[in-house]
Design a protein around this ligand. Structure first.
Ligand code: GLA
Length: 751
């Protein structure tokens, strides 16, 4: 047994601390027995040494253990930070497998499964070594190397700990040096275990226009899977996120909670298995369904990041942890600012011309918004894009609608002091298009089967490098000709059906995975050339929302449903995992609520408009202009502040939440009465996150000038103008909400 500890200094700024524990018989460059059966079938590995690998953030400990008796890696602990992890060495119970394999003695769902060159369908993974790299003052990257003692098959477990944010990111790399390709059938990003009394899982599911519905259920013995098999628009029915409460149901302020999300824009799977002893294993990663992967020798298969946080102080804290992490590490320019938009989709649909668009540019200026975003319908000539049945794929300006091209609109926007943005859907094609006619082999569709359409369109075969170039050039070409384009909305309006790639030939089971990696390749290349251009991620509403994509996007379109009441629930759901700066909310004509109500709802995130400004009354226009001014004053609190969900619309006839800036000097509170029953009392709402010693002034904003009584108006018992201490606000609270259904209040709270 050799134990070497190396301390290396790479440069003055970056210190890398490498712990390398090499164990006889387990080293990475062991003799290659590829293609030959194990020398001594069934032999136990040589004696390894017990070893604890404690990983930490400020408030979470994750401890791995190498068990000397079998040389394998176990999860010894995951939960609230332990002061002293050495204590774990006393217990003889090794823990749970850190990355369970299949084929030998594992009786439950594996994290990884492979068949070797010689047909041996089993995998064993023993600990080889590990190293911890300090990549920022508060971020460590731990690599734990595991190897099959009988085959040159290596798995590296990566764990990145973000101390300040209390977030952990995990992924794996799978690699082998066998003579021929090895088929891998399971390839989890992360495997976690808990031993709790009970487990309460909250999932976030839905459909077009009803994204992120929350359902909580108790996990019982056996397996519960949250997954998707849609390929593209993959999150249409199920977003890759979950909350898990341990022992008892948690709420915002209390309870032990794990919040997890997979950064993968394709098929994902979270598998929760409760075993006969009541232990829970959570296996997260790409959905292995119909996706066995043939891995060439020497090639690395990297799994996407599983991002999670844990808190024993309830769901609110886990959300804030994820928000803090996302702003710094998860979303492109997550700590920057954002443009307010005027979009034309709800207002015009496909029906517009240059004159109409120029008048919308005037409206953008009149509303004091930053960008006019031109939506679908501006392109294609042989098969003009006048409805959703034609033109997708032909990304040239439609000459009838835009005789002077996009350049003219960019120029006109500039003349008005606003910016110009544009919608594209470059991964798709209509059968009625020139692209379809010229490149039928660029399209995903089954041979010997009729084409199957969704929104009259098909998916391009992004696994084909020629198609990747095409998609890149659609975007790059447009930005090269029109460098003034300041914003892009990137849409993806269908899932895969009849999925078959002409390019992948006999490797069809690679399609779901290669598609997503190809998409990331294109986005990565675009980001090299356009590192900061704001781009909105959209997929027929919220059909693609995850941190794998959001590295390349500044924001996402949460849902096509912009009805103010519906949005409260949809945005509530997203708020568990995604910070407000990334959630695009537009004021539109959906919903029967007042303009004030819809405006207040949109303000809870990245506000924009998609409404016929020229049809607004003078009062509505004035109200909206004031609202935009208010928004510009408070948006930094919403973008970067801490979110506190105070009253859940799932529990009461109200929804109340607030954002507090980091130094607790400014806050914004949004309150909604959704419905009200005769005689119902609305209790005061205790605020959170303020400084008890500070004194705060309460100012009601977005007050509707149409009166202060009745549905949709500012509410009667206003706290406007009052002054309270933080202590009072957090212990006694504020009046929020009226007896009027669909009314709302926004309070700006300032020290
Ligand atoms: C999708 C988007 C909408 C709009 C249309 C255009 O449905 O979610 O916002 O852009 O496409 O066709």
């Amino acid at each position: 047994m050799v134990v070497i500890i190396l301390l290396k200094l790479y440069d003055m700024k970056k210190m890398i601390f490498l712990i390398f524990v090499a164990m006889n018989g387990f080293c990475l460059n062991a003799q290659d027995p590829s293609g030959t059966p194990p020398q001594t079938p069934g032999a136990r590995p040589q004696q390894a040494k017990d070893l604890l690998i404690p990983l930490r953030t400020n408030n979470i400990s994750l401890v791995y253990r190498v068990n000397g008796r079998d040389g394998r890696l176990y999860q010894a602990y995951l939960g609230a930070a332990l002061d002293n992890t050495d204590i774990l060495a006393q217990t003889r119970d090794a823990g749970h497998p850190a990355y369970a394999t299949f084929g030998t003695d594992n009786l439950f769902e594996p994290a990884v499964r492979a068949t070797h060159n010689d047909g041996n369908p089993s995998l064993e993974l023993n600990y080889v070594s590990h190293e911890i790299e300090n990549i920022r003052p508060d971020v460590n990257l731990t690599r734990i190397y595991l190897k099959d003692p009988a085959y040159p098959f290596i798995v590296t477990l990566f764990t990145k700990t973000y101390a300040t944010e209390d977030v952990i990111e995990q992924w794996t790399e799978i690699k082998h040096d066998e003579k021929k390709p090895v088929t891998i059938f399971n390839y989890a990003s992360s495997m976690l275990h808990f031993d709790a009394e009970k487990y309460w899982l909250t999932q976030f599911h839905g459909d077009w226009a009803e994204e992120m519905k929350m359902t909580e259920s108790e996990l019982t013995a056996g397996i519960k899977i949250l997954d998707t098999k849609l390929g593209t628009r993959a999150h249409m029915y199920q977003t890759p996120v979950f909350m898990l409460s341990l022992d008892e149901k948690a709420d915002e302020e209390n309870g032990k909670v794990l919040a997890g999300t997979l950064g993968w824009s394709g098929n994902f799977r979270f598998l929760f298995e409760v075993d006969e002893k009541g232990s829970l294993r959570i296996i997260s990663g790409i959905n292995p369904f119909a996706s066995e992967y043939s891995l060439d020798p020497g090639k690395v298969f990297r799994t996407p990041s599983m991002i999670f946080t844990y808190s024993d102080k309830g769901m609110g804290q886990t959300s804030r942890n994820l928000h803090h992490w996302a702003m710094k590490y998860g979303i492109l320019d997550g700590t920057g600012t954002r443009y307010t938009l005027l979009n034309n989709w709800e207002a015009t649909g496909f029906n517009f011309d240059e004159k109409k668009l120029t008048s919308i540019l005037d409206d953008t200026k009149k509303m004091r918004l930053d960008v006019f975003l031109l939506d679908d319908g501006w392109f294609a000539n042989k098969y003009p894009r006048n409805n959703d049945r034609a033109g997708l794929g032909d990304w040239q300006e439609n000459r009838a609608k835009l005789p002077d091209g996009l350049g003219y609109l960019v120029k006109e926007a500039d003349a008005r002091g606003v910016k110009f943005g544009i919608w594209i859907e470059p991964e798709m094609v209509n059968p009625k298009s020139e692209l379809y006619e010229t490149h039928p082999d660029w399209i995903l569709k089954l041979p010997n089967r009729p084409e199957h359409y969704f929104r009259n369109q098909l998916v391009l075969d992004l696994t084909n490098p020629k198609v990747q170039d095409f998609v890149y050039n659609v975007v790059d070409g447009m930005l090269t000709v029109n460098p003034g384009i300041a914003f892009i909305k990137w849409d993806c309006n269908r899932m895969m059906t009849n999925a078959y790639s002409p390019f992948l030939k006999d490797k069809q089971s690679h399609l779901y995975i290669d598609y997503v990696n190809s998409l990331y390749g294109i986005l990565g290349k675009l980001r090299q050339k356009y590192p900061h251009l704001p781009v909105m991620l959209c997929s027929g509403g919220g059909g693609r929302v995850d941190y794998g994509a959001l590295k390349y996007f500044t924001e996402f379109w949460a849902s096509d449903n912009t009805d103010g009441l519906e949005r409260i629930y949809i945005q509530w759901g997203y708020s568990y995992f995604f910070p407000a700066i990334a959630v695009c909310n537009h004021v539109t004509s959906w919903g029967k609520q007042s303009l004030k109500f819809r405006t207040d709802v949109a303000m809870m995130g990245k506000m924009g408009y998609d409404i016929e400004v020229d049809k607004m009354t003078d009062n509505e226009l004035k109200f909206s202009q004031d609202a935009v001014r208010n928004y510009n004053r408070i948006k930094d609190i919403i973008y970067t502040g801490d979110l506190y969900r105070l009253v859940s619309p799932y529990k009461e006839n109200r929804a109340v939440l607030m954002y507090v800036n980091r130094d607790k000097t400014r806050a914004v509170l949004f309150g909604y009465t959704l419905n009200s029953r005769y005689g119902e009392t609305m209790n005061k709402v205790r605020l959170r996150g303020l400084d008890p010693l500070k004194t705060y002034k309460i100012q009601e904003i977005n007050v509707s000038n149409e009166g202060r009584r009745g549905p949709g108006m500012g509410f009667g018992m206003t706290e406007n103008g009052r002054t309270y201490t933080g202590n009072y606000l957090m212990n006694v609270g504020l009046n929020v909400g009226t007896g009027s259904p669909l009314s709302s209040t926004v309070y700006e709270i300032t020290e």
